[in-house]
Design a protein around this ligand. Structure first.
Ligand code: MSP
Length: 515
């Protein structure tokens, strides 16, 4: 079974920012985890390029929408390359094949009797591309997310009969694991309990969109078009634009990872659209929290947007990945604080894990012919570090499955802390002076090196480059896909294997000025 995993398709009204990087890193870590376990993964990202917001941004930039979206989608593509994000597909909703997939999908929905004409009146947020409920008639109603004026709309357009899917959606959201984390499921339950209302799926007088077949002058509402990008993305490069073929390549999606602001679209509208077209809803939707910076929302107007490329250059990808995934519990909101971020990297990666590796390799090299010492009793499952490694493995894998990177990272650091504690307690640097202690010292060092190897392997989904450096330091090749779980078994490190001269695997971060 293919594991199809998606990031949202990012609006191209701006270059990638820390929020888009955050979502994409979460997905990249999950894709790596699944691949390491030997699963076949299709990892999808891309850009959402139609609609009023993009059209206006292009106009403001003095460019045609096509030229503008070509340029910004190119930025996204190159940022993901710099960050070594292992995407299998990058979909642009302006892809010609996408137009055909959307139109075919619409015909199916129409045949199901789920498209009706109606009049849409209400307050619209162009930044959200969504009608907003305005409880009290105010002079100048604002979008609660963007703090910008809403625009009054009154137009005749096509509606999707979402109201017909009330009970199907109620049943779906009760399915265990469909919406995670639990708090997000409650939000959706409350929304659905108010009664689902039909929503408009077309726009008139908006040329920058996909034409609705059979309805002159209408283009698709940007969300109707964008969600289908997840399906078009499944087409292989030489495939024709065929909806069924696309689905056969990996639908339903196993997991949509999204921010909490776009939960409704993914957990309610999208599954109903799919059911209407006779297709399966996604297996699960994970809504993560929002990142702020030093306690403030990041935004162009505040001038505090963190440029991903600058961050990458100053810190390296391991540091950023660790800092973001380890510090914030996945569903919670998180705050990027530079000092806290540097302390975390330096404590966990440079001091705890890096030093453990460095000192144990140095000792083994010094006293055991520059190689892994004999195992002695260290292979016993009852060895304290064997137990610690087994516990760490169990906790980390369970955390990756949930997914909960904070818990996974904590379990890995805990193993390194235990190994450091063991080393301090056994003080091999004192005991090596007595010849009769030599075998026991070797055994202790073996156990520490082995615990470090297990920690190094387990951290691979979060910090793949650091993981590779740790394994190289232990004379190992990086874990291959499908062999990772086996390699986690205690005692896999072969005695007598030569150990290369130690080099620091993680530089301390010293950032003197705000990024
Ligand atoms: N184009 C739609 C998605 C269509 S999916 C078929 C969209 N794009 S977006 O670019 O505005 O947002 C993409 C994702 O980035 C959303 O999941 C949003 O929650 C996330 N983030 C935007 N700012 C964020 C933070 N500051 N922090 C964390 N994630 C945030 O919505």
């Amino acid at each position: 079974m293919t594991y199809t995993l998606t990031t949202p398709l990012y609006y191209v009204n701006d270059r990638p920012h820390l929020g888009s990087v955050y979502t994409t890193l979460i997905c990249d870590a999950l894709a790596r985890y699944r691949r390491l376990k030997g699963e076949e993964v299709i990892f999808i990202s891309g850009c959402d390029e139609h609609g009023q917001k993009i059209l206006r941004t292009a106009e403001a930039a003095g460019e045609s929408p096509q030229a503008y979206t070509d340029r910004i989608s190119g930025c996204f593509r190159s940022v993901w390359q710099h960050w070594n994000i292992g995407l299998d597909r990058f979909i642009r909703t302006t892809d010609p094949r996408h137009r055909q997939v959307v139109q075919e999908f619409f015909r199916r929905v129409e045949r199901s009797g789920d498209v009706v004409e109606g009049r849409q009146q209400g307050w619209y947020c162009v930044a959200c591309e969504e009608f907003k409920d305005v409880a009290h008639a105010a002079e100048d109603p604002q979008c609660p997310i963007h703090h910008r004026s809403l625009e009054w709309r009154d137009e005749q357009n096509l509606f999707f009969r979402l109201s017909r899917y009330q009970s199907a959606i109620e049943e779906l959201i009760r399915r265990p694991g469909f919406i995670a984390p639990a708090a997000r499921r409650h939000e959706v339950e409350n929304f659905v309990a108010q009664g689902l209302r039909d929503f408009s799926i077309s726009r008139i007088h908006l040329p920058w969109g996909i034409p609705v077949p059979g309805h002159d002058g209408h283009t698709f509402y940007v969300w109707f078009d964008a969600l289908l990008g997840y399906i078009t993305a499944l087409l292989e490069p030489d495939d024709p634009a065929d909806l069924d073929l696309a689905c056969s390549r990996g639908w339903p999606a196993s997991l949509h990872v999204i921010g909490k602001d776009i939960l409704r679209f993914h957990a309610v509208y999208w599954p109903a659209m799919l059911l209407s077209a006779g297709l399966e809803p996604p297996a699960s939707v994970f809504g993560h929290g929002f990142l702020t910076r030093e306690g403030r929302k990041m935004g162009k107007t505040l001038g505090n947007v963190l440029d991903p490329d600058r961050l990458l250059e100053a810190c390296g990808s391991d540091a950023v990945r660790w800092g973001l995934l380890r510090d914030v519990a996945l569903g919670d909101d998180g705050d990027f604080q530079q000092q806290r971020f540097t302390d975390l990297i330096n404590n966990d990666l440079a001091n705890t894990i890096g030093n453990l590796l460095n000192r144990s390799v140095s000792m083994a090299r010094k006293w055991f012919e520059a190689s892994v010492p004999p195992t002695g009793e260290a292979l016993a499952a009852s060895h304290p570090l064997a137990r610690a490694a087994a516990r760490c493995r169990e906790q980390t894998l369970a955390a990756y499955d949930r997914p909960d990177f904070k818990a996974a990272a904590e379990a890995i650091v805990e193993l390194a802390v235990e190994a450091n504690g063991f080393l301090n307690e056994r003080a091999p640097w004192k005991r090596i002076k007595q010849e009769q202690e030599r075998d026991r010292v070797g055994e202790d060092l073996y156990a520490v090196l082995e615990a470090t190897r297990v920690a190094g392997l387990l951290m691979n989904p979060i910090v793949p480059e650091l993981s590779a450096r740790i394994l190289t330091q232990l004379g190992e090749a990086e874990a291959g896909h499908g062999t990772w779980l086996d390699q986690l078994d205690w005692g896999r490190l072969p005695a007598a294997r030569p150990l290369p001269e130690p080099v620091p695997v993680m530089q301390r971060l010293e950032l003197d000025s705000p990024l």
